[in-house]
Write a protein that binds this ligand. Structure first.
Ligand code: PLP
Length: 424
């Protein structure tokens, strides 16, 4: 079935005894066992079932099934934020002494997690010099455990050549991990179509779509051979489960199982069932929202391009953007609902423009139903050094704009009055 149908129907239990159309919210931490034998079987993973909401919950399971169906994947795991999805993914792949090779175009929070927090755990993240396949390849060594990119970099909207990087990963027998937050759960971009093995996603953004909950997902393409000797923590005796071999037991879905049974169990970043419910509601209108937002992005980007107080518009839909060609190849409509502008002026005048906006909200958020304007230099990227800021393409007057569901005429009017008040 098409994406639009799957986003409503996948994960619904039509055999539910109450006949309820909606997904039930199970606000429970634990589940009664039928017997001690039953409990033992659940704990040793020889039988599937509910143990404790840190590991799984029926509302969350429905949401995970919907996500997996949207991606055409073998399984998905919902977690409490995008950052925890990234963390669990990397910790499930790499151990002390290992490294991963990552894109230089990363969300600021991911960059910090990679460069600072993971480093302290003994996992090295090697940032490639560029998105060229050769620059990724140059960093790979026998301790490399994954290649990592964002399908559209935040905030520069740089789109890697996913197919070329998937080839590098395949040549070195490495999993290719893609943060597909901008790809809207596969509606705009599905990295599995281009050779990705694992997708992570900040569900806080387009999946939820209304700015009402935090969440992340890890999606398993089921297309990586974990039995190649590189991942003893997946294909080897599992210490926490009496020597159980996850690759043997869970087959194609071994990775997502690893993230759940070790990752969630030990690190505890589970979502609340209520938030899983909100994500499911968000998913029902995902394609409609995103299509409107992308159309509005084109309108507002064109308006900004023609405005004398705008120095530069960086919109991946325009040919002037270095990733235009890749966006046309990998993203439906050739763009996402995010673009950036650089105003003429200074950091201070840019801050004044942001404060003069009446409709667009000043927040650090993307994928919300409200249009959001963010000033990366004073917010998301504030911790970066000047050199790292330059490398990430962040300047003092850069603004990231994420289109919401308002009418684009009203947004253009809001920008017009804010720009006019700068000129006065
Ligand atoms: N990945 C990308 C591309 C993001 O833009 C973000 C947040 O903006 C994250 C991950 C982190 O997600 P969360 O804020 O849900 O932890």
């Amino acid at each position: 079935m098409k994406f639009e149908t799957r986003q409503i129907h996948a994960g619904l239990n039509t055999g539910e005894p109450t006949g309820s159309r909606g997904v039930a919210i199970y606000p429970t931490a634990a589940y009664r066992f039928q017997s001690c034998d039953h409990a033992a079987r659940l704990f040793e993973l020889s039988e599937a079932g509910n143990i404790y909401t840190r590991l799984q919950n029926p509302t969350t399971t429905a949401y995970e099934e919907r996500i997996a169906a949207l991606y055409g994947a073998v399984g998905a795991l919902a977690v409490s934020s995008g950052m925890s999805a990234i963390l669990l993914t990397v910790l499930s792949l790499a151990q002390k002494g290992d490294n991963i090779v990552a894109s230089p175009y990363l969300y600021g929070g991911t960059y910090n997690q990679f460069r600072h927090s993971l480093d302290k755990l003994g996992i090295e993240v090697r940032i490639a010099r560029s998105l060229d396949a050769a620059d990724f390849e140059a960093q790979v060594d026998p301790h490399t455990k994954a290649l990592y990119v964002e399908s559209m970099g935040n905030p520069t909207c740089t789109v890697p050549d996913l197919e070329a990087l998937a080839r590098v990963a395949r040549n070195h027998d490495l999993p290719f991990v893609v943060d597909n937050t901008f790809g809207a759960a596969g509606y705009l971009c599905n990295p599995f179509d281009w050779g990705a093995n694992i997708v992570v996603d900040s569900a806080t953004k387009w999946i939820n779509g209304h700015g009402t909950a935090m969440g992340g997902v890890i999606v398993d393409g089921g297309n990586y051979n974990w039995r190649n000797g590189k991942f003893p923590q997946i294909d080897g005796p599992s210490e926490g489960y009496h020597g159980l071999n996850l690759a043997e037991n869970f087959g194609a879905a071994a990775f997502v199982a690893k993230c759940r049974v070790d990752g969630l169990r030990d690190f505890g970043c589970c979502p609340s069932p209520f938030d899983a419910y909100l994500m499911m509601i968000g998913l029902e209108t995902l394609s409609l929202r995103v299509k409107h937002e992308v159309e509005s992005t084109w309108r507002l980007a064109e308006y900004c391009r023609s405005h004398p107080m705008v120095e530069r518009v960086s919109f991946v839909g325009f040919e002037s953007h270095p990733s235009c060609e890749n966006a046309r190849k990998y993203y439906r409509f050739g763009s996402s609902a995010v673009f950036a502008i650089e105003l003429k002026g200074t950091l201070e005048s840019t801050a004044r423009f942001v404060e003069n906006l009446r409709l667009a909200a000043h927040m650090t958020m993307i994928g919300d139903s409200i249009t959001v304007v963010t000033h990366p230099a004073s917010t998301t990227h504030k911790q970066l050094s000047d050199e790292d800021l330059r490398a990430a393409g962040v300047t003092p007057t850069l603004l990231r704009i994420s289109l919401g569901l308002e009418h684009p005429d009203d947004l253009i009017a809001d920008f017009e009055q804010a720009l006019q008040s700068l000129a006065q």
